[in-house]
Design a protein around this ligand. Structure first.
Ligand SMILES: Nc1ncnc2c1ncn2[C@@H]1O[C@H](COP(=O)(O)OP(=O)(O)OP(=O)(O)O)[C@@H](O)[C@H]1O
Ligand SMILES: [Mg+2]
Length: 316
């Protein structure tokens, strides 16, 4: 069956039985709100995430990537990616629409805090139109130097018992010199001690860096790192280590690169590795005791009269 095309429709598509829009989603296509109105869902009884295939070639390409990584025939370098991906449980179909069934990576977190970090100086593929390339560059011009961009983040402030969410427009308003503070803000600064979580995330990212350096012949364009920790235990006065996770999502623009003879090139994805290393370097900066947090006042969305912002604070 052909995936549904991404033409603009006015109403949200019918929800499959036993599903709801994905809780704690911070970026990407939101059910009922994105242009196509399709977005990520979760199955209430199983907790699985359902990601719609919106259009070819993106949907089938992402599906194929999951199939390849979880195939019993996958070479070891590809198998090594598995701990960094949500587990793939096959396809689900409803009302002419296909969905990827994925593990919900937040399922074991009490108060999941999550950041979506799109990796790469370049995030468009060669098929993109000139306008599309320009649009993507303009979204966050500093990505060319930094090698990554923040697409949104959501932090639980345990002392105030509230979540604060920053969406992509807000994330794009960050200046290059503020980026480290924005990262620290996600990890709980300035109220909480961000250091232990950051150090734990760095350890996991170093493993991912090795896995990606050993992987040859792939390009990962517009793939995101999801960084997760549990805000429930995130209190500066305790010694207990918050739970942490690091995963990759969004493989709609992953492809293999072949040489002139049609063989996969024997090279790692430098665009991705540059961005990953740069993100790790920024985390090393904020993990240093000499790091000074710059207050990001304009990112405070506690003012309910600020209707222009979709960023929010929720109490729970
Ligand atoms: N397996 C998962 N578990 C929990 N949350 C997820 C998972 N996959 C995605 N998310 C949430 O959904 C957001 C968007 O995911 P993703 O990038 O895969 O979708 P998208 O950008 O809408 O897709 P595409 O760019 O392929 O159209 C992520 O930022 C994250 O908040
Ligand atoms: Mg995405």
């Amino acid at each position: 069956m052909e995936p549904v095309s991404s033409s603009i429709i006015d109403t949200a598509p019918p929800l499959p039985p036993d599903t709801q829009p994905l809780e704690h989603q911070i970026a990407g296509h939101f059910h009922g709100r994105s242009e196509s109105k399709y977005g990520l869902l979760e199955q209430k009884s199983t907790g699985f995430v359902l990601k719609p295939f919106i259009s070819a070639p993106r949907g089938p390409r992402e599906h194929q990537f999951y199939v390849d990584v979880f195939s019993i025939h996958a070479p070891v370098e590809i198998q090594n990616l598995r701990p960094f991906l949500p587990t793939f449980f096959g396809l689900y179909e409803f009302a002419g629409m296909q969905y990827l069934t994925l593990e919900n990576i937040l399922k074991d977190f009490q108060r999941p805090c999550i950041a979506d970090v799109k990796i790469g100086r370049i995030t468009y593929d060669s098929e993109a139109s000139t306008e599309k390339k320009q649009k993507l560059k303009n979204n966050f011009p500093a990505a060319v130097d930094l090698g990554f961009q923040l697409c949104g983040w959501k932090t639980y402030r345990s002392t105030q018992k509230k979540y604060i969410y920053h969406h992509k427009q807000c994330a794009r308003s960050i200046k290059k010199h503020e980026i480290s503070s924005a990262l620290a803000n996600f990890f709980g600064a300035p109220e909480s001690d961000h250091h232990p979580v950051v150090r734990d995330v760095i350890i996991r990212l170093r493993t991912l860096e090795r896995v990606m350096s050993d992987l040859r012949g792939f390009t990962f364009l517009a793939t995101s790192l999801l960084i997760v920790y549990d805000g429930a235990q995130h209190q500066s006065c305790t010694q207990s280590m918050p739970k942490v996770d690091v995963r990759l999502v969004d493989f709609a623009h992953v492809s293999t690169v072949n040489d002139e003879n049609g063989n996969p090139i024997n090279q790692p994805d430098d665009n991705f590795i540059f961005g990953l290393r740069s993100y790790i370097d920024h985390l090393e900066t904020i993990a240093d005791d000499k790091f000074i947090y710059l207050p990001l006042e304009r990112l405070n969305h506690n003012d309910p009269s600020n209707a222009s912002s979709n960023c929010y604070t929720t109490f729970m």
